[in-house]
Design a protein around this ligand. Structure first.
Ligand code: PGA
Length: 266
């Protein structure tokens, strides 16, 4: 335990394909009001709704209460790519962040490293901050901690490539460690297991990029909610959470926000 009070702390809500835009706007208004009433003590909230929600929600955003997207096109803007949404469009709508490489995109849309590399490049060029997701499957975890770490570190290689290529990635990237077996299942790693992996990720970046601890804050995600968030957030190298199911209701999400505030001593 023993969280450093200097570490950044993010609470990001990944709404996935939930909530109509009108419902999302109401939820955003409620969350904004609740956050403005609270001493947020350096806790940053990021809401990641489906694309159609973004313009209206972004009008309600402010420093420390930001809006982002769950994905962006790998294609160069502009172009004849029916159905694609480009990173510059998201930035123009007021999005500050974009998720790249969520396991559901990797699995359902066959997004492999070459695609993710292009998405990272487009996001950074557009000035978006990136929330890059990584995490091992259940079978890989069953092969042991070392196998899980090796798998995850390989997923980080693409970040290293872009880091060296594009200075504007520096200070504009979070990594979310989300073990696939924990997403939407109610199963979670122990706080020590989460810490072990998040410390390994942070250490890998320190070695690979020559940066200091927390240069790339590492969030935990996967069935993280009000009653377990504090245990994760108080781990030294866990800099907040990427929250799915528990981000869809005001009180559930605020419990996670309050857990983060508690860790910051608010
Ligand atoms: P969950 O989802 O909190 O519902 O497990 C997290 C995520 O997939 O980002």
């Amino acid at each position: 335990m023993g969280a450093s009070n200097t570490k950044p702390l993010f609470v990001a809500g990944n709404w996935k394909m939930h909530l109509l835009p009108s419902e999302g706007l109401n939820l955003t208004r409620e969350l904004k009001a609740a956050c403005l009433e609270r001493d947020m003590k350096g806790v940053r909230v990021v809401l990641l709704p489906p694309f159609p929600h973004i313009p209206a929600m972004a009008m309600l955003s402010h420093e420390g209460f930001e809006v982002g997207a769950q994905d962006c096109s790998e294609r160069l803007y502009p172009g004849a790519y029916t159905g694609e949404v480009s990173a510059p469009m998201l930035a123009d709508c007021g999005a500050k962040w974009v998720i790249v490489g969520h396991s559901e995109r990797r699995e359902h849309h066959q997004e492999y490293e070459s695609t993710l590399e292009r998405k990272l490049r487009e996001a950074v060029k557009a000035g978006l901050g990136v929330i890059y997701c990584c995490g091992e499957s259940g079978p890989t975890r069953n092969c042991g901690d070392e196998a899980a770490k090796q798998f995850v570190m390989k997923q980080l290689e693409v970040v290293k490539v872009i880091w060296h290529e594009m200075d504007s990635l520096h200070g504009n990237i979070l990594v979310a460690y989300e073990p696939i077996w924990a997403i939407g299942t109610g199963k979670v790693p122990t706080p020590e297991q989460a810490q072990d992996m998040c410390a390994a990720i942070d250490g890998w970046f320190q070695d690979a990029l020559g940066v200091k601890e927390y240069a790339i804050p590492v969030l935990y995600g996967g069935s993280c909610k009000g009653d377990n968030a504090a245990q994760f957030f108080s781990q030294r190298n866990v800099c907040g959470g990427l929250i799915g199911g528990a981000s869809l209701k005001r009180d559930d999400f605020l419990q996670v926000v309050d857990a983060a505030r508690g860790v910051k001593g608010a």
